[in-house]
Design a protein around this ligand. Sequence first.
Ligand code: DGL
Length: 261
Amino acid sequence: MPKIGVLDSGVGGLSVLREIHRILPQHSTIYYADQAHVPYGTRPHVEIDSFVDSITRFLIGQGADVIVLACHAASAASLRLLRERYPHVPFVGLEPAIKPAVLNTQSGVVGVLTTQATADGALYQRLLHRYGRMARVITRPAPELVTLVEAGTIAGSAAHSAVSQYLEPLLQAGADQIVLACTHFPFLADVIRDVAGSTALPVDPGAAVARQVRRVLPDRRDAGRPSQRYLTSADAGDFARIASGLMGAEVIAETVCYRAD
Ligand code: DGL
């Protein structure tokens, strides 16, 4: 079966990977967390692109037939360039889910929790231009939430107070849809629901991305049991511990550096 390569700056892309495992359990996956360089969201696009291009080449070398940029910041910096550089490889990227939020809002106000790199991207600006006339869209970079999820802190008072700090101004402005435009944030969905109550719904694109992966997979069948590999550019033990908690199943990881730097 075709192998699916998935990358992110850290553990956030696991929120997409769990959906891929759910709807494509017969496929092998290889997940790369670039934790030596997390966060991506505060970096310039050119720097993110150099990391993502190297990881892409590495994953293709490992036999990945499809590459999923399970990271909004990486998609903002690199998706278009990667499609030009590797025209034979299918890529699936993340697009902030502004369209469904704008279509579903009752209040006419949509809040977007994201990172600076995503907010600065041409794709995001196009979405604002296209849908910003249909609703008021408020953009809120929330870098501290990336740090929390990287540490595996997805519940408790620290998570609650950080989420409140970013969410309150959106709720006060009347937002009834909260777009999670960073793959780390779906892991905080319970806390977000807790803070927002029933007034605002978090919009998580993970399942839609997994369905898109199914659409672009090459039509090929091989024998053999599917495997799931987890790689990080930082400490494998730390990654395995946090990822096991987030995935609710034991994760075994390896440290693999995709470049010397
Ligand atoms: N999970 C990533 C995203 O979706 C990156 C977060 C970060 O490294 O800043 O944007």
